[in-house]
Write a protein that binds this ligand. Structure first.
Ligand SMILES: [Zn+2]
Length: 75
């Protein structure tokens, strides 16, 4: 498995952890989440892509995100 595959797997894990609504007192789960999050932030070389999101017939907005770790970037 290459590095990008590892980062993609961790990005999926991060999304799963976010969907769990971790309890505030569950320190270990927060620790795991922070480890995964920090790993992605520091190890990913960010392959940023731009996408246009339609929200109506005449309107929409542009988003920029990394298609490896799925982090979004403003402007
Ligand atoms: Zn990235």
């Amino acid at each position: 498995m290459d590095r990008t595959s590892h980062l993609c797997a961790l990005a999926r894990i991060k999304l799963i952890l976010e969907s769990l609504e971790i309890q505030a007192e569950d320190a270990e789960m927060h620790q795991i989440y922070n480890l995964v999050s920090n790993y992605l932030d520091t190890k990913c070389d960010h392959h940023i892509v731009t996408d246009y999101i339609d929200i109506g017939p005449d309107s929409g907005y542009t988003i920029r995100f990394c298609d490896v770790c799925m982090r979004t970037f403003s402007s």
